[in-house]
Design a protein. Structure first.
Lengths: 281, 354
């Protein structure tokens, strides 16, 4: 074989080898990510399914019937859909002015406060929730609607502050000044110029907050029981006390809003709005 | 009283971040006049403009518009309109809405709003883009939308903050002529900030050259160029040869004991001056009178050429006719020189011919 051809075939073999490795890597990733969901989907419709069998022997919708007929479960769904919007709106009302201040004003401790918002996520939340529960006891907030809202707010603050703050920072100040210049007062400037321009990012932040609240289990469990049991907290009971199919059905139901909402914001998240959230200095 | 004064800046000072940006600034702009604030970056020109527009409040001094004190008024209350360097058009509004925004805030009837918008868009030649979004039109067009948005409110003072710096060179010349033409047509008092001396010289009634937060000289383009009051103005506006020189019989003595014959001198007297000579005031001849000089290089400039000469230890730049034949050794003399002491132009009561 002439030298150049040999070199070429070596290169080809090498690239083929690389491609096989790549294929293996990607397929194992897919199995790793999709596998549990597929299992969950099968489980939700399966009857008896014992270990060595690859697929269930019997198919049934009993799990689904049970979930929708159980008043506890449907009540928890209703509760989840009550808490999430309330928490999202409360979070927006509290955090958006803070986000605006972080982006537009220099004040002492600004950097420290900005970073400290991450502190909540820096250590296991359960510790934070337990101490919060302690405080809530003395404030009579345990097992109250307000108590659950407050505990769920904790998980939304980072999204609701950082993402809109970055969006506000991305709006050139001259756009606001130009509005002042033609006669708009500060409030009007915010609602006619700043807010519409930051709206996509605020929308993303609200969706993420909604999901954070919707999926929050630990704090809600500690503060909410026995009166307020949302879908994620109900999962604890389900896993322990119900047939596996019911838990699978419930898990799928719990995932529906997340999947739908993430699909809705995918464009904005991919478009860099989320990434911008971490560019603020 | 303030008859005929569109804008007065009285002893205004401003510190920002612990630095004095504008210091005891004074400026008067006549109604309908276009004044340029010209200077290098950091000289305080934009800060001054922002104080006129109300985006900054002076630490000291007053700003008056048509004789009314507006020093502490917020931008939305002032009869000023600003064209921003980046145009600051609202990207979520069409051209029409951008221009109409201020009118709508004033709760004018719908019909009047659209009439006035149509009128001003016609003035800037943008009628075909009424319903375009700012991102869909060119930089020059965005610039004119910003101008229309400012003009539609019929402000008493129009403020322009380096409005041409984002345009390419050719467009810049055209748009600045458009701005000048529109400004003259509606006769609006205008303050134009720029660091480009060409821009300033070509459109202004008067130019305030600023440096270090102060006005170095406030004059029309011609006196600014022919009689710069300070060495800063002399070097910032146009090209200038400058030397340590003494006045001697027969001309100026430059370093290296070189005596160059000189026509008009701004002053005379003992001791050393800083002498400034415009390149077009250097007379170059192939033979005859004058100090000897060697040609270092020639730069063709179209209808004239610039030649760089060595006269003893001194570098001399001269603008000469493109017809002057190339030569290695020439004779130079100055037709006019300005003499400065401590950076300030020295004048005798009458120009002295030597």
């Amino acid at each position: 074989m002439p030298a150049p051809e040999r070199e070429m075939s070596v290169a080809l073999a090498r690239s083929a080898g690389r491609r096989v490795l790549w294929f293996l890597f990607v397929s194992s990733l897919i199995v790793f990510m999709i596998g549990p969901i597929v299992w969950l989907g099968l489980r939700a419709f399966s009857g008896l399914w014992l270990y060595p069998q690859l697929l269930p022997k019997q198919w049934t919708v009993n799990g689904w019937r049970q979930v929708f007929n159980d008043p506890n479960l449907s009540h928890s769904m209703k509760l989840s859909f009550e808490f999430a919007p309330v928490v999202t709106v409360a979070s927006a009302v509290i955090c958006l002015p803070a986000a605006y201040a972080f982006s537009r004003y220099k004040f002492p401790g600004r950097r420290f406060l900005l970073i400290s918002l991450f502190a909540v996520n820096a250590f296991p939340k359960i510790g934070l929730y337990i101490s919060m529960a302690g405080v809530f006891y003395s404030l009579n907030l345990i097992s109250t609607f307000l108590g659950v809202v407050i505990v769920q707010l904790i998980g939304t603050i980072v999204f609701m502050t950082w993402i809109p703050a970055a969006a506000f920072s991305a709006i050139p100040r001259s756009l606001e000044e130009a509005a002042r210049d033609v006669g708009a007062g500060p409030l009007r400037v915010f609602f006619r110029v700043t807010f519409p321009l930051a709206a996509p990012a605020i929308f993303v932040a609200m969706i993420l907050s909604f999901l954070a609240s919707f999926d929050e289990a630990q704090g809600t469990f500690l503060v909410g029981v026995p009166k307020y049991i949302t879908m994620p907290t109900e999962m604890y009971t389900l896993v322990l006390n119900y047939p596996e199919q019911v838990a699978a059905v419930f898990a799928l139901l719990l995932a529906v809003p997340s999947v739908l909402l993430m699909a809705l914001v995918r464009k904005h998240v991919m478009g860099g709005k989320l990434a911008e959230g971490f560019q603020i200095r | 009283m303030s008859d005929g004064l569109g804008l007065q800046i009285e002893h205004v000072s401003k510190d920002l971040g612990g630095r004095t940006i504008v210091e005891d600034m004074q400026l008067e702009v006549k109604t309908g006049e276009l004044t340029c604030l010209l200077g290098p970056s950091g000289c305080g020109k934009t800060t001054t403009l922002r104080m006129i527009g109300g985006f900054l409040i002076p630490d000291q001094g007053r700003v008056l518009i048509s004789g009314n004190d507006v020093t502490k008024m917020s931008p939305d209350k002032r009869p000023t309109a600003m064209v921003f360097q980046n145009y600051a058009l609202w990207p979520h509004m069409t051209v029409f809405k951008n221009v109409a925004f201020g009118l709508r805030l004033r709760k004018l009837p719908r019909q009047e709003v659209s009439d006035r918008v149509a009128q001003v868009l016609e003035l800037v030649g943008l009628t075909h883009h009424v319903h375009s979004y700012p991102a869909r039109i060119s930089g020059g067009e965005q610039q004119r939308v910003a101008l229309a948005r400012a003009l539609v409110l019929e402000p008493k003072v129009l403020l322009l903050d380096e409005p041409l710096s984002n345009l390419d060179a050719k467009l810049r010349v055209r748009v600045r002529e458009d701005i000048r033409e529109i400004q003259q047509r509606i006769g609006i008092t205008t303050v134009f900030v720029t660091h480009d001396q060409d821009e300033a010289l070509s459109i202004s009634d008067r130019i305030a050259v600023m440096s270090g937060g102060k006005v170095e000289q406030y004059a029309d383009a011609r006196s600014l160029y022919r009689e710069p009051e300070t060495t800063f103005v002399a070097s910032f506006v146009g090209a200038m040869n400058s030397y340590e020189a003494t006045v001697v019989p027969g001309g100026l003595e430059l370093p290296g004991k070189l005596v160059v014959p000189c026509g008009d001198l701004s002053a005379t007297g003992e001791g050393t001056f800083e002498a400034g000579v415009r390149p077009e005031d250097v007379h170059v001849s192939l033979n005859g009178d004058g100090a000897p000089a060697d040609v270092v290089r020639e730069v063709p400039r179209g209808h004239y050429k610039e030649i760089v000469l060595n006269a003893g230890p001194n570098e001399v730049r001269a603008f000469v006719s493109a017809d002057l034949p190339p030569a290695e050794h020439v004779r130079i003399s100055f037709t006019r020189a300005l003499l400065y002491r401590d950076g300030v132009l020295q004048r005798s009561s009458a120009p002295v011919s030597v």
